[in-house]
Design a protein around this ligand. Structure first.
Ligand code: FE
Ligand code: FE
Ligand code: ZN
Length: 300
């Protein structure tokens, strides 16, 4: 099973990300090249990159299973303020360069929110922006993430993703599924095989290069986008277990983006990463009813 989680990209950059992934028993990882909420980026430090790659090799982690996630505030769908739209495009160009420099092959991108545009206009803006990226000449593939449909988000329906892919002038573009988002967008994850069959027919299975594995705090079709820990949400452990073991997606990296755990029940601050324990559960194929307690015990 190729499985990991999102990890930090801090002072020691790539080396720290790899170390963190290894501490969870992961063989895949997803990083942001800076803070997920902003676009401040410092140059890639090559010594940490080399050391990180060495550590990866020692732990049998391959570059195909390292994913980058673009920051949330990039919005290719909204052209209302043309400077902001242009900035999103040039930031993405820089992100592609940074990833090429690091040897990362995949960048996950939220397609964007239409805001005051119609969805149709939003989708056309996304296509136009992606066509400025010259993806045919990039070593890095952009992966459009399937969204929950919160607010005016584009890309929550399979048809919308298909429309964007068809509009882009390069085949060097793929898809990242997100189980929480799919649930919230109205797709029944207990019928995941049906979803995959339709996806195969409509878009093509080979387009799926990453899958975010999250449970959901909300019922199907609620368009909320609040992730829950594995087995503690509305999708449930058995369905998620079935998805991560799907034969057709066995080579696709599975990335957890589930919430951190608080120290105690009423504590506001979420401190402890759940990934080591969630990965363990999914590898074993057995739900751990003491998940939260075990995590608190381990990190305290
Ligand atoms: Fe995302
Ligand atoms: Fe996600
Ligand atoms: Zn989400």
């Amino acid at each position: 099973m190729i499985i990991g989680s999102h990890v930090h990209f801090g002072k020691d950059q790539f080396l720290g990300s790899v170390k963190e992934a290894i501490s969870y028993g992961a063989n895949a990882l997803m990083l942001y090249t800076g803070a997920p909420q902003n676009t401040l980026r410092s140059p890639i430090l090559l010594n940490y990159l080399d050391e990180g790659k060495k550590l990866m090799a020692e732990n049998n982690i391959v570059m195909d299973n390292v994913i980058c996630h673009a920051p949330y505030i990039i919005n290719l769908a909204n052209k209302e303020k043309i400077e902001a739209w242009n900035f999103s495009i040039s930031f993405l160009k820089g992100e592609i360069k940074r990833c090429e420099e690091m040897g990362i092959k995949y960048i996950v991108l939220h397609p964007g929110s239409a805001v005051k545009h119609t969805k149709e206009e939003g989708i056309n803006n996304i296509i136009e922006a992606l066509n400025y990226l010259d993806l045919d000449h990039s070593k890095c593939m952009i992966l459009l993430e399937t969204m929950a449909g919160k607010g005016s988000e584009c890309g929550c329906k399979m048809e919308e993703i298909k429309q964007i892919l068809n509009g882009v002038n390069s085949s060097n573009i793929g898809v990242c599924l997100d189980t929480c988002h799919l649930n919230d967008a109205g797709y029944d994850m207990s019928k995941f095989d049906e979803y995959l069959d339709t996806f195969t027919k409509e878009i093509g299975l080979d387009k799926i290069r990453c899958i975010h594995i999250n449970d959901s705090k909300n019922l199907i079709n609620t368009h909320k986008d609040r992730h829950a820990n594995i087995g503690l949400g509305t999708i449930g452990f058995d369905t998620i277990k079935m998805i991560v073991n799907n034969e057709k997606l066995k080579d696709v990296p599975k990335i957890l983006e589930t919430p951190y755990i608080n120290k105690e029940d009423n504590e506001k601050e979420l401190m402890y990463p759940p990934y080591k324990f969630e990965i363990e559960m999914l590898k074993k194929g057995e739900f751990n009813p003491h998940l939260i307690d075990d995590i608190r015990e381990y990190y305290k």
